[in-house]
Design a protein around this ligand. Structure first.
Ligand SMILES: [Zn+2]
Length: 296
């Protein structure tokens, strides 16, 4: 969800481990397992020191569509998994969910293996972002999705790329694989995980609006980049989590509590099982507290 780890890794000497450059080293993942989510659809679970990451690939009659390649280290494992479940199939395209580099590094490794000219699909702002920062370790997209969205055919497979809003970078696309009614949602909603730290820079109204947009999609399966694959029920729990948190924080503010008092008084028993609750819940309270102070 962020890129600041880079600095920490410089300090901690991870760069001396012998990987080729920052794109491969700042997010050193361990592969956990592959999860079948539908016919010909697989989610790959990885973890790093801080959290779990998930990505997916889909096997069409013509070849494979690979979503977020995560990092060079993850991509080496990604290749093995594609070859295991789709032996001898070509890679047709790579899809970036949004511009955050902790999800989209590693495409160069997939292309090294499957073909240098494999197209990369992303929202049009991802290209602008990468042009601006010119990150040597991230391959740039060459099929751009406009704000109005786009539908593409890969053999008999139709994938719709939708834009649902600008929270968590104005660059997120939601790909929907029509024949299995499966959507991939990254970072703006997840499966039973609290929000990342104090939700820096996030427009919370927009964030919740986007989650509610997901509930309108005609899908049976949702894969998330954080949290196990699930259904719209997971997104309903997310909406309920934020609704409950907003109510609790509003109440604290109405009682005249300062931020620290609110953080120390609010616990959401119903959601304590969410991943990273112990680490990030107080940060989530802070985000909502400051948001309400700013917007009300
Ligand atoms: Zn992100």
């Amino acid at each position: 969800m962020k890129v600041v780890l880079l600095v920490l890794l410089f300090v901690s000497g991870v760069f001396s481990k012998g990987f080729n450059d920052e794109g491969s080293t700042y997010n050193p993942f361990t592969f956990v397992k592959a999860i079948k989510t539908a016919n010909n659809a697989y989610t790959l679970e990885f973890k790093n020191d801080e959290e779990s990451y998930f990505t997916n690939f889909y096997i069409t009659a013509k070849g494979v569509i690979a979503f977020d390649p995560l990092s060079d280290i993850a991509a080496y494992e990604y290749i093995k998994q594609i070859k295991k479940y789709a032996p001898n199939k070509p890679l047709l395209a790579i899809v970036y969910s949004h511009l955050h580099t902790d999800h989209i590094a590693g495409a160069r490794v997939l292309r090294e293996e499957f073909g240098k000219n494999i197209p990369i699909i992303a929202h049009e702002r991802v290209e602008k972002y990468l042009d601006y920062y010119n990150l040597s370790y991230i391959d740039k997209p060459n099929i751009l999705i406009p704000y109005s969205g786009k539908t593409m055919k890969f053999g008999n497979t139709t994938i719709e790329f939708k834009y649902l809003g600008s929270a968590h970078t104005d660059s997120i696309i939601v790909p929907i694989i029509k024949e299995i009614k499966q959507a991939y949602i990254c970072d703006f909603a997840n499966n039973d995980v609290v929000g990342w730290t104090n939700l820096p820079g996030i427009n919370l109204d927009e964030l919740i609006k986007m989650k509610k947009e997901v509930l309108k999609l005609d899908v049976d399966v949702i894969t998330f980049c954080h949290g196990k694959p699930g259904t719209k029920e997971a997104v309903k729990r997310q909406v309920k989590y934020y609704d409950t948190l907003f109510k609790e924080v509003s109440f604290s503010i109405s009682k005249g509590m300062n931020l620290e008092e609110a953080q120390n008084s609010i616990e959401l028993e119903e959601f304590k099982y969410f991943k990273n609750y112990d680490d990030w819940f107080k940060g989530n309270v802070e985000a909502v507290y400051l948001w309400l102070k700013k917007t009300q």
